[in-house]
Structures are given as C-alpha cells and as structure tokens.
Write a new protein. Structure first.
Length: 392
C-alpha cells in the first residue's frame, strides 16, 4: 500500500488558510439563518436566486457528470483500460451532488428538515413540476453514487463481505446512473424554457435540455482530466504503477471524447439558431458578441485544441484545454441563469452578489476540497488496496 503519511503535519499554510476561510464562512452562514437571506444576499423579486443556486446547481451538477460518463465508458462500453479512474470519477460525482443538494437545502431554501422528512416526495409531491423531477432524480442518483462509493469505504475498514456484496450490482447501478443523469441534466435546461420572456433569445431555446445534457458530457470528461492532473501533482505518492501507467491513455481517450461531444454541441447550437432564425441577434447588441465569445471562444476553440492535442498526443495541451473547457461551462451556466436573465432590465437593477455570498460559496468549496483530500489520502481511490487486489 502506498504511504499515505507524506510527512505533512496538521499545521500547514494550506490548512491555516482553509481554517480561516471556513471559520468566517460558518459565521456568515449563521447570520444567514439568523437574519434570513436578506441579511447576507442581494436577492430580490426579480432575482429570487443568486450565485449560490447558479453555481451549486447549474455548475456543480455538470461537474458531477464525471461519474456517469466514466461509469458508462467502463461498465457499459467495456473500456476496462480506463478502470483506474472509475473510483476517482465516482468520488467526484458523489461529492458534487452532495454539495449541490446540501447547499440548496441549507443555504438557498433554508429548510433542511424538509429533505430529511422527504417533504417533496411524501408531503407535497409536485409530480407535474420540473423541479420535482430534478429533485427525484438527484436524490436517487446520490443514492446510486453512495452505493458505488461504499465499497471503497468497506475496503478501508476491512469489511470484505459487505464490499463483495455491494460490488455485485455495479453494472445495474451504472445503467441506472446513466438514465438518471440523462433525465436531470436535461431537465436543468428545461427549467429555463418556461421563462421565454426573461432569458435573452440567443440563450433561450426549446433545445436547452439537449444543450445542457450534451455539455454535461464534455464537462464531466474535462473535470476528470483536471482532477487526475491535480491528483498526480499532489497525491502522486499514493498512486501505484498501474494508475501512473494508465494516466496518459486516460487523458488522450477523454480528450477525444470531449472533442466529439463539443463538436456535437456546436452542431446542435447552430441548428438551434438556424431553425429559430436568430442570426440577426448575433451582431445587434453586446449580447450577440457575448454569445459569440461563449460559443467560439469557449467551445469551438477548445474543441480544436482537444483535436490537436489528441492528434499529436500532447497530454499537456489536453490538460490545459480541459481547464479552458470548464471555464466555458461556468460561463454558459452563469449566462443562462444570471447574466443574460432579465436582460431587459437596466444595469442598475441587475443582481450582483454581496461579498458575503461569495465568501460563503468559497467556504463550501473549501470544505468540499478538504473532504476530498481526507478521502483520497485514506481510502483506496488512487491505488488498489493490497488485501483486495485480486478482486479488482
């Protein structure tokens, strides 16, 4: 087993900075519960949501797509040579969806007891609501990810029988995960089709569910490329030879997959513009130029660089392009949910987050990062547990 004790103590600069961020953030969260949303946010009747929902739901959820994309590649399409990153992908997905659900109920809605009591499903089921479908799929998908994550915990704790029993349903869980992800990733886009008068026409489209689903594919693949790079840099001492040897092949394969998905996304975006005859919006205002920047600068160009990196087997280029692609996903989701929403309002009436909203967001991201580090440095995520090698 790789040495998990890298010689780093508890009192490091990283831990000190993270501790300060978390302490201040927890105090601001306390103020949010004590004084309500108005105490720390700039929410209004025009913007009843803000940066929290836009980031934690519409950005973190596609980041969590790393789980279903990798699971589908390995378990459904038989790409066993990429099996080394499955556990990392499951962990990313599990933490992402827990972050999305937890932040929504704790920060935005502020009624966590209603999730505990299964309020949306038992007390007041809104079966005709898009939000109900999203909530149902996310809860089910978190359950699936939890079951997929438990074998790692069982190996860490030495529970052999429980671990072997949980692994029996791997294929069924992978299929279920793909179905659920297809549903809720697309439904997140469908939510914005019911506000045709508020979202700018260049981003408003009946194809939004397709846009969101396809973009989640190359988002998940890009995130996994980024996270494997981070792990190789910070946790290389945990990786065994198998994980290190397969790294380049994983990067190249996922770069190709992201390139193909982005090409498909570009195609349907152009198709959507053509069928709705929205060409005149492209050069009619700053929104048109902003849309072109998003589509060409953060989709077309990364797609080209992914292709170049794969053709030349330049993994460094692919890694940097993955970061570029993730920034494009963040830009797109912020455009749909905030920047280009209520586009008819004057700039002075548009929503801008308070410093407290931003600090709380950073606090949650910091906590998730600390949890990720805790799990990776203790559980067999980046290496095969020596007592279970023959069972992988």
């Amino acid at each position: 087993m790789p040495d998990k004790n890298s010689g780093r103590g508890l009192f490091t600069l990283t831990n000190l900075v993270a501790g300060i961020i978390v302490i201040i953030g927890l105090y601001l969260i306390f103020l949010r519960f004590k004084g309500g949303l108005g105490a720390v946010t700039n929410f209004s009747d025009d913007y009843p949501w803000g940066i929290w929902k836009s980031f934690f739901i519409f950005i973190v959820v596609p980041i969590g797509a790393a789980g279903y994309t990798t699971g589908a590649a390995v378990y459904l399409f038989g790409m066993e040579k990429y099996h080394s990153v499955v556990r990392l992908a499951v962990l990313i997905g599990f933490l992402s969806y827990c972050t999305a659900a937890g932040s929504l109920t704790l920060l935005d809605v502020g009624r966590p007891e209603r999730i505990i009591m299964a309020y949306p499903f038992v007390v007041q089921p809104g079966t005709t609501s898009l939000l109900f479908e999203v909530a149902l799929c996310v809860v089910l998908y978190i359950t699936v990810l939890l079951i997929e994550f438990l074998p790692f915990s069982c190996e860490w704790l030495g529970y052999r029988k429980a671990r072997n029993w949980l692994l029996k349903g791997t294929l069924a869980l992978a299929i279920f995960a793909v179905v659920l992800s297809t549903m809720h990733q697309s439904t997140l886009g469908a939510m914005w089709t019911i506000t045709p008068a508020k979202l700018h026409p260049l981003w408003q489209s009946p194809y939004l569910p397709v846009y969101f689903f396809v973009s989640s594919i190359f988002s998940g693949l890009s995130v996994l490329i980024i996270m494997t790079t981070i792990c190789k840099h910070f946790f290389k001492h945990l990786m065994n030879e198998r994980y290190l040897d397969e790294d380049e092949g994983v990067i190249l394969a996922f770069g190709k997959g992201a390139c193909v998905a982005m090409l498909g996304y570009l195609t349907i975006q152009v198709f959507g513009l053509a069928t709705a005859d929205k060409w005149h919006y492209l050069f009619s205002s700053m929104y048109g130029y902003w849309y072109l920047l998003e589509l060409l600068g953060f989709v077309a160009l990364p797609c080209l660089f992914f292709a170049m990196g794969c053709r030349e087997k330049n993994t460094k280029l692919i890694r940097w392009t993955a970061v570029w692609t993730l920034l494009g996903i963040i830009l797109n989701r912020f455009n749909v949910t905030l920047l280009c929403y209520n586009y008819h309002l004057p700039f002075s009436e548009k929503y801008t987050p308070t410093w407290m909203e931003v600090w709380i967001l950073i606090t949650v991201v910091t906590i998730v990062g600390l949890v990720f580090r805790f799990i990776v440095t203790r559980m067999p995520i980046l290496y095969d547990h020596p007592d279970f090698k023959s069972h992988h």
